[in-house]
Design a protein around this ligand. Sequence first.
Ligand code: ZN
Length: 218
Amino acid sequence: MIFRFFILFYIRFTLPLQMNMMENLIGEVHRPGRIEVVCGSMFSGKTEELIRRMKRAKFAKQRVEIFKPSIDVRYSEENVVSHDHNAIHSTPIDSSSSILLLADDIDVVGIDEAQFLDDGLIDVCNTLANRGVRVIIAGLDMDYQGHPFGPIPALCAIADEVTKVHAICVKCGALAYVSHRLVKNDKRVLLGEKDEYEPLCRECYQKAIEAEKKQNTK
Ligand code: ZN
């Protein structure tokens, strides 16, 4: 009888309390500064994921600000606009050091297309996180040749949490790993969209590179 009473008491009062505490632990409020990286190839939804996290924080009345390199003017100077036009206001910057000056009193700092920023970004993100700021970085992990891109690999190393997102290979439907460049241009930075790049898996990328080599030797 007493045992049954304790079981009922536990289910009625103690369990909900514990679950409530769990909710707080996994929630977004009162969490210390941290660095989150969302990386992957083009068309993998990196910016969409950054915007989702930023909007969630904004709903929770946190002060948010998105920065992006001024080099990326594909859609709009003032907005981070992803491929589905789900826009959120952003501030264009020329150098990573500008973030420290502009991010005073900000709870959540978002950085889009971070692969185009300088290596100083690594120290900047550490400084912000140590101050208690949540830093969310989105960027390409590899360039069109499959080489690690800009400060992203180092940011993955110092991050508290890394999310690798994938596009779908346009040739076979497997998970893509690289953004294959469709136009002939050896410059590392070539801003483009669907006409310039296609997401490919490792196997289809190797085939595409072989085909291009054959084409060039003809
Ligand atoms: Zn494929």
